[in-house]
Ligand binder design. Sequence first.
Ligand code: KIV
Length: 265
Amino acid sequence: MELKSNKEEPGDARAAVEKILDMKKRGEKISALTAYDYPMARLLDEAGVDILLVGDSVGNVVLGFPDTTHVTMEHMLHHVAAVARAHPRGLLIADMPYRSYEEPEEAVRNARRLVEAGAQCLKIEGGRAVLPQVEAVLAAGIPVCGHLGMLPQQILLEGGYRIKGKAEAEQKVLLEDALALEKAGVMAIVLELVQKDFTPQITAALKIPTIGIGSGAACDGQVLVTHDLTGAFPWFTPRHVTPALQTGEDIRRTVREWIGSLKQP
Ligand code: KIV
């Protein structure tokens, strides 16, 4: 088996980011999927995905936590390094986990650790509320992807996952946050569970790409949790996803058959 190093040439991250920005200019849709380990990263890379996201959704679909607020820097470093060892051609974005970017200095310190583990770009949840942290990470020379709409790291405050941007006041906040993040220099913005009639307006207002999840088809790209797309976490499927595979059920059936074959007299 060929094992690839996660050491990259300087400038690779910038080139990978430019590639994504050019896709918006050309009107080419951007594909993004989550990866948390080496084999999945290799498979997604071999299939040609544009962005691999080491999301803190690793907490929900791999580590058995009820939400992403339990995910730590140590968890993220472990999974980012595993994905980076696959040396994917797509841009490798990693989430900054809950409470890892409370202050700008802390954000830069933790961002550097994630880059050292192999991330090329970091995703930070929030708009103007986290602008100083976003600006500090960008000033350290590290590309940042924004994340607006439903913010899973705020789940304890929100009390549930709900569509954002239904009311005019919420739309105004979303648009102003998106413009502030773009002005700061983020390379793209994930829009999670944003009212789908409103995403065309945000997408048209920005030069950088919007990448939607549960926010309708009008974004410049789409991101999914790979376990949702492949049915690998069959106990919960978000409303915006129709699994294309039944991986969970296939594993149960295969294992049942194997056990049966062992126990046959
Ligand atoms: O953690 C994650 O997988 C994400 C996606 C939902 C965009 O942030």
